[in-house]
Design a protein around this ligand. Sequence first.
Ligand SMILES: C[S@@+](CC[C@H](N)C(=O)[O-])C[C@H]1O[C@@H](n2cnc3c(N)ncnc32)[C@H](O)[C@@H]1O
Length: 464
Amino acid sequence: MNHKQISLNNQLTLNLFPYSSLEVFNNQNIKFDRADLGTFKDSLRAPIHRWFTYPAGFSFKAVEEALRIYNIRPGMIVYDPFAGTGTTNVVAKRKGISSFGVEAHPFIQFVAQTKLFWEFDFSTLSSEIDKLISQIENSISDANLLDICVSKIFPELVCKCYSHQKLAQLYLCREAIAALPVNPFQNFARLGLTNLLRSIADVATGWPYIAPQKARKITKTTQSLNVVEAYRIQLYKMRDDLYQVQTGSSIRGNAVLISGDSRQKQNLIDDETVDLAFTSPPYLNNYDYADRTRLEMYFWGEASSWGDITRKVRDRLMMSATTQINRSDYNLEKLLSDDLCQIAPEVAAELQPKIAELSKLRLLKGGKKSYDIMVAGYFNDMLRVMRETYRVLRPSSTFIMILGDSAPYGIYIPTDVYLGEIGRAIGFASYKIENLRIRGGKWKDNPQRHDVALKECIVTLSKN
Ligand SMILES: C[S@@+](CC[C@H](N)C(=O)[O-])C[C@H]1O[C@@H](n2cnc3c(N)ncnc32)[C@H](O)[C@@H]1O
């Protein structure tokens, strides 16, 4: 079977999100733009979701819409095998729906866990914030900031992002938080400071990577910025968000966030108990999730080198970036797993020549990227995740994935169709694919870049 056949047979009529841009889609007059559903844009402005900017995150509105369409109500269970910063779980919790999420990146799991703890007493929370801020103010006025030897405390990357004065103040904030009792307020305070790290930096700390050599445009706000005041405002904003989500409905869903690997069996989730799985897997686009949180993990002292980040993060994630690959660890004659070849032979037969082509192409390219291993590993891993998701889903339920296709070295990989076919091979009755937006435009002036048109889409798998 060739790719054309797979696509033609299975790209059914698309009707999951059948609304045009900015059309009112429900009776609460919530609006959304289809093209933004796979991006974090909406979530940047929404209570709780905005506690951490995660470019790999999706719109909370996509989750809301799916819960509405599939009539998922309190008493039911939702599962996100790639929970990220907890977007799915936060939406479910707010609507009184129970949820499970699995996240393998320890720092991102901490972010999600913190966003899902809402059970603070409000008056205690306000006084804890005030107490922490005044402790920090006292320690700053007692210290001579010039005496704080930031270059001995932080890795070079962190030092390059801030003036000495600012970093010394951030350090005193960090120490005051470390001295707090280990409890949900400490996590809340940690996440609040984490969220400031990029917004108050003196250099370009855009996404996903940091450019220490590129100074940020100095505005009046950055120039006169008082770190402690910015931190106080951030914590109060988070407190107000909590207040906002606590008012309205009194039913709250129970969210269980598992720090683990969704390729493996999740013992906490019984067979056929989940009513809807909603997720966005890593895209097959060489995005390094571990590098994304380098500044944050270096600042908190959780890592201080590439090797640390590899051990603590990269090695735990499913395959989606060449930075996870050490070529000598692989049998290059047999990159696709026996499991995949047996269960989805048609997909394997299409992948095989593309992987072989990538093995040849890399030798002609300067970067010599191991896209051959990355592509094979991606589908080997996704098979495992999808099989586990199938296990926990109830009969007649749905698995929705927001994802992008890919074209490493210009070789087109229709990820959506292949995952749909793998899903059918596992036991899902059918799948459909709905396009959300064209992507990849920001690289169009890069001469190294292929010119294959890429898209982001929703793949919906139905279980009988
Ligand atoms: C596209 S992001 C999901 C973002 C999420 N929808 C949100 O809004 O924050 C994919 C996530 O999968 C995580 N991940 C990668 N491999 C994993 C694995 N084996 N098990 C669980 N999570 C994994 C990555 O760390 C990343 O956070």
